[in-house]
Design a protein around this ligand. Structure first.
Ligand code: OAD
Length: 248
């Protein structure tokens, strides 16, 4: 789809954008793809690191069995995302917090690019790669301020080893963040699902909650997902090209 076709944003969607009062946006790795952050899936590929599928290295059991390896993987990821800047998709979403009466952004991304674009109060469902969390006392620290050569890093409060403050496979989502996201999704009238393969639960359940509540559902993704069929509008293409068109 080229830009000219993107201009064919359905009039019904434009009307919904004009009348919406409570907007909920769920984003995934695809919203950061144009910033240079690799996605986990998509284009027929899944991410592999040192021969391990990412579900193995990004898992609760790996934290228990080989925490230094988990740190190596997150140091590598932070190295990549540290060079990335927000793209027009992040910027458009950041503007939307002023545009609608009520606006909620929930993301599965741990890269911090929504906040870097100016989004406030982002519900980070899977945590944040820039933070570490103490295995014992739960103290959180900004990795940008931690010594780089100590791995696993040690807690400034109690000296115990820390882990990345992210949600790994086999772990629960942070409770308060999840409850807020579920409540906001269930009370929105317009829901955007941007750049996610929509297969990792419970995050993938949020658009269904929105649809059940009667929200108008819009997907922005170059590829179809299990959610596509139930969307009112699917916009096939890159988020950084499509979302700015919705501000025209
Ligand atoms: P995925 O990597 O599973 O999916 C990325 C989606 O983005 C795919 O559907 C692509 O088609 C789409 N995409 C690619 N480029 C795009 C672009 N320029 N604009 C819009 N969409 C684009 O990422 P997530 O759905 O975020 O969890 O993955 C969900 C969770 O699985 C992640 O948070 C992570 C992962 O394992 C954990 O690590 C716990």
């Amino acid at each position: 789809m080229n830009t000219r076709q993107h201009r064919n944003i359905p009039e019904e969607l434009r009307e919904r954008l004009r009348s919406a009062r409570r907007v909920f946006v769920l984003t995934g790795a695809g919203v950061s793809a144009e910033s240079g952050v690799p996605t986990f899936r998509g284009g027929g590929h899944t991410a592999v690191w040192k021969g391990m599928p990412f579900e193995v290295i990004s898992s609760a059991s790996m934290v228990r069995s080989n925490l230094p390896e988990v740190w190596e993987w997150f140091d590598y990821r932070r190295g990549r995302i540290g060079e990335c800047r927000p793209n027009p998709a992040h910027e458009t979403i950041a503007r939307w917090q002023e545009r609608f009466e009520s606006f909620t952004l929930a993301t599965q991304n741990v890269d911090g690019l929504h906040a870097a674009a100016g989004s406030r109060g982002v519900l980070e469902l899977h945590g944040n790669a820039w933070r570490a969390r103490c295995l014992k006392c739960g103290n959180r620290e900004d990795m940008r301020e931690k010594q780089r050569d100590v791995r696993p890093p040690l807690c400034a409060e109690c000296g115990t080893q820390m882990r990345p403050d992210v949600v790994l496979f086999g772990e629960m989502l942070p409770e308060r963040v999840w409850i807020s996201a579920a409540e906001r999704a269930a009370h929105c009238d317009l829901c955007f699902v941007v750049g996610t393969s929509a297969i990792v639960y419970p995050a993938a359940g949020l658009p269904y909650a929105a649809a059940e509540a009667g929200a108008f559902l819009v997907e922005v993704n170059p590829e179809p997902t299990p959610l596509s069929e139930m969307c009112d509008v699917t916009l096939r293409g890159a988020a950084g090209e499509i979302l700015p068109l919705l501000d025209d």
